[in-house]
Write a protein that binds this ligand. Structure first.
Ligand SMILES: [Zn+2]
Ligand SMILES: [Zn+2]
Length: 368
């Protein structure tokens, strides 16, 4: 079937919108007409080529749309239903069985290999195969072919453009606080980086009932937004040692720190903010596979620190995404406050505006 996709031919080049052919869905697969897709920092990390993904490539992993067709055996959704796409998982391994699909044993193959398990692609051009199925979807396109597992049905009245980023950025930020670090009511929270994931972590802190929430972010507009969304303090890292500034507010230190910056210097400084039994959650993906942290071991032992890597906020999408939709309906996840909608053909402008800080969460909208 013919459609269009924003194709990246080489690392760090502009995307070009081209005609492509989509396969029909195979057994267990779902063909979705994409209506909206968020742009996430991880798209840009893969666009740089640093993660070794095969080009030409279709990125995009915050898709939302309408089911067009289902493959044999699919019972979870039906044609015409609105759906949200999220990360993929196998459903067979011990992690998936224990409700931890974000740590699926096949996570890398299912989300980053950008081919089906038999090595074939589901998207083609005359010139050959195009790498797709990024995060089990590749939704910078008119259509995506996902697995039944990474498709979540939405209510009939759902606003697809608003909800698209729930499938990655929002569930990651909120989930990092509620599920990964399990922040307790009355504990405090420090968030590094005021992008969509960091602002979602602030909202997660409010939902958890954190007593004090501190945002550390270099851009003034994003600090302001964090304060409006519920942070009690916002620190500009250019004004001095961030650990000292946090300890001036929290003399005992921080119970929970969530890094969304992926910046090694900022994360190293965060180690100096932790309270006894404090936890540091690593969410932001650095620009290099070799990025490493110098960890002072004696204080880590003495004060019982936890350092936790976090994928997708430890989400189990089948249960957590409906919870987020209910929180949105209750006014506790005002994601529209930091979203900007662009037409799909403005994808390169949307990415430029995300880099410059002109927008926080860019969402591309596609025609019906
Ligand atoms: Zn699995
Ligand atoms: Zn993402």
């Amino acid at each position: 079937m013919q459609g269009t996709a924003a194709i990246l031919r080489e690392p760090n080049q502009p995307f070009s919108i081209e005609t492509v052919q989509f396969d029909p869905p195979r057994a267990g697969e779902v063909l979705i007409r994409i209506r909206a897709v968020g742009i996430c920092h991880t798209d840009m990390v893969f666009a740089s080529g640093a993660m070794g993904s095969p080009f030409p490539l279709i990125l995009g992993h915050e898709g939302a749309g309408v089911v067009e067709a289902v493959g044999e055996g699919v019972t979870k959704v039906r044609p015409g239903q609105k759906v949200l796409l999220t990360f993929n998982s196998c459903g067979q391994c011990s992690q998936c069985h224990s409700g931890d699909p974000a740590y699926c044993q096949d996570f890398v193959a299912l989300n980053f290999a950008c081919v089906r398990s038999d090595g074939s692609s589901c998207v083609h051009q005359d010139a050959g195969q195009v790498s797709a199925r990024f995060f089990g979807q590749s939704s910078f396109a008119s259509h995506a072919i996902a697995d039944e597992r990474n498709v979540i049905a939405l209510p009939e009245n759902a606003d697809l453009a608003s909800f698209a980023p729930l499938g990655c950025g929002i569930q990651t930020g909120v989930g990092a606080v509620l599920r990964s670090l399990k922040a307790q009511a009355g504990s405090n929270l420090v968030v590094l980086g005021g992008g969509a994931v960091g602002l979602s972590a602030v909202l997660g802190g409010k939902i958890a009932g954190c007593s004090k929430i501190i945002m550390i972010e270099p851009q003034e507009a994003r600090r302001q937004l964090a304060l409006e969304l519920g942070a009690d303090h916002a620190i500009d890292p250019a004004t001095g040692d961030t650990a000292e500034q946090v300890r001036a507010i929290l003399p005992q230190g921080a119970n929970n720190v969530v890094d969304t910056s992926g910046n090694v210097g900022a994360i190293s400084a965060a180690l100096g903010m932790l309270a006894p039994h404090g936890a540091l959650g690593l969410v932001g993906v650095p620009g290099s596979l070799d990025a490493a942290l110098p960890l002072p071991i004696v204080p880590a032992i003495t004060y019982g620190y936890t350092i936790k890597g976090i994928i997708e906020g430890d989400s189990d999408p089948d249960t957590f995404l409906p919870e987020l939709i209910a929180l949105h309906a209750a006014g506790k996840l005002p994601i529209e406050r930091f979203s900007t909608i662009y037409p799909f053909d403005q994808i390169n402008q949307a990415i430029a505006d995300s880099h410059s800080g002109k927008c926080v969460k860019a969402i591309l909208e596609l025609p019906a």
